[in-house]
Structure formats: structure tokens, C-alpha cells
Design a protein around this ligand. Structure first.
Ligand code: PGA
Length: 251
């Protein structure tokens, strides 16, 4: 069954104590509500274990924002998928455009990271999305399709069915400029069709495709009301409980 998901991406924000306080406050705010979507928070690595221990993880899933492209060993400073899993986190955000742009994450690297995440029982939230020039020149369909094909289409159907996709147009991230509901629906439908062609209708219909990029309380409802938009990956607006909860409540 396709799930609606609202996932926060804290990026490189919040000290350890601030992060723990934010997670605890969110946990309290959601404690009495029955939710119409899955909720996930993507914290920095150092917060994962403490956040997972402090909140009701049956209600709020915990995500890392990256994992290594190796299983273990002499890779100073890296964090493996199995380490992420051992904290109590269940998800890992992979291929975020900031990782692709600033940390040289290629399609090949992301393919390995995705495989390691799946092997270690994590659900990848795999990000795709075009930059402004690609949107304006109209090549964005091809760009997004290649990002999916190059990193994910060697997965077995069983493994692919565990993936969550997040379409995040780079021009909308942190800019306050959101894709319109119609633009989001158009590309999400295209993404789902791409999945139908490769893995068949059942798997495509069951894949959650989130929208990300300046999603906030004011636009979430309209974006999420599209048939192929199954929730959001939320950056800035996930850093305040009231803002994030208002997006969750859009479902
Ligand atoms: P934003 O970030 O909501 O701050 O635009 C979204 C993201 O990068 O995941």
C-alpha cells in the first residue's frame, strides 16, 4: 500500500541538545493526534540514537541524511548503513541535491549507497530533481528519469518496492519558490509512469513519491492533494514544531 509520508530534513542544523529538544517537543505535539500519514525526521548522525530513544518510534521514524558507500573499514569520518541502523533509525535520505552538488555524489555512488541501505534494513528516501536551467530548457523529464534509472533500476522488484522517492527541484529548495501543484503533479505522474514501465503498475502504484522544495503549511495541502504526490520532504519548515505539525496536519 502506498503511504503518505511527511519527512523532515534538518540538514546541518541544531546542536545535540537543541535537536533532542526539537524531537521531544514534536513527539509531545503528536502524542495525542491520530495521524493520517507517516512522520519521519532526518537528523544529523550524532542525534540519531538519542532521538530514537527519546521519541515514540512507532509514531515518528528516524532518518539519517546520508550513509557511506562502503560496508565498513578504513574510511575515516564515514558512517555506514549498519551503524545508522544500529541507532534505531529506519530510514536514510540518499542523493539529496546538496550531497550531489557539494560532495560529489555520483549516480554510481548513490547506487552503492542505496544497495547498502537496503541490505542493512534501512528504507532509502531517494532524492531526485533538476536544476533551474534544466527546468527552463525543458530537459527536466530526461534528467529526473536518468537519476532514477542510473542509481535504482538494477534493483530487484522486491528491493525497489522498499524505496521512497522524493522529487525535489533544486530551484525550489530553500528558495521560497515552490513548484506549483500542477508542476508537481506533472512530474510525479511522469516518475510513476517511469516506474510502471520498469517494474509494473502494482509496484509503481505502491511507491510513495514525496515532493520537496519550500513546502510549508500554506502550500502543503494543495501539493498533497495531487493524486501522485504522496507527501513531502521538508527542510526549513521541519525545524519548528508548529510549522512541521501544520504540514503533517495537511493530510
Ligand atoms: P526546504 O528544503 O524545504 O528548506 O526547501 C527541502 C529539502 O532540501 O529537502
Amino acid at each position: 500500500m502506498r503511504k503518505n509520508i511527511v519527512a523532515g530534513n534538518w540538514k546541518m542544523n541544531k546542536t545535540f541538545s537543541e535537536g533532542l529538544a526539537l524531537a521531544t517537543e514534536l513527539n509531545a505535539a503528536l502524542a495525542d493526534s491520530s495521524l493520517n500519514c507517516d512522520v519521519v525526521i532526518g537528523t544529523p548522525f550524532i542525534h540519531l540514537a538519542s532521538v530514537a530513544a527519546a521519541i515514540d518510534t512507532t509514531k515518528i521514524g528516524v532518518a539519517a541524511q546520508n550513509c557511506a558507500d562502503h560496508e565498513s573499514g578504513a574510511y575515516t569520518g564515514e558512517i555506514s548503513a549498519s551503524m545508522v541502523k544500529s541507532t534505531g533509525a529506519e530510514y536514510v535520505i540518499l542523493g539529496h541535491s546538496e550531497r550531489r552538488a557539494y560532495y560529489g555524489e555520483t549516480a554510481a555512488k548513490l547506487k552503492v549507497k542505496t544497495e547498502l541501505a537496503l541490505k542493512n534494513g534501512l528504507t532509502p528516501i531517494f532524492c531526485i530533481g533538476e536544476v533551474l536551467e534544466e527546468r527552463e530548457s525543458g530537459v527536466f523529464f530526461d534528467v529526473v528519469k536518468s537519476q532514477i534509472v542510473d542509481s535504482l533500476f538494477e534493483l530487484s522488484a522486491e528491493d525497489f518496492s522498499k524505496i521512497v522517492l522524493a522529487y525535489e527541484p533544486v530551484w525550489a529548495i530553500g528558495t521560497g519558490k515552490t513548484a506549483s501543484a500542477a508542476q508537481a503533479q506533472e512530474i510525479h505522474a511522469f516518475i510513476r509512469k517511469t516506474l510502471v514501465d520498469k517494474y509494473g503498475k502494482e509496484i509503481a502504484d505502491n511507491t510513495s513519491i514525496l515532493y520537496g522544495g519550500s513546502c510549508n503549511a500554506a502550500n502543503a495541502k494543495e501539493l498533497f492533494s495531487n493524486p501522485d504526490v504522496d507527501g513531502g520532504l521538508i527542510g526549513g519548515a521541519s525545524l519548528k514544531v508548529a510549522d512541521f505539525k501544520a504540514i503533517i496536519d495537511a493530510f
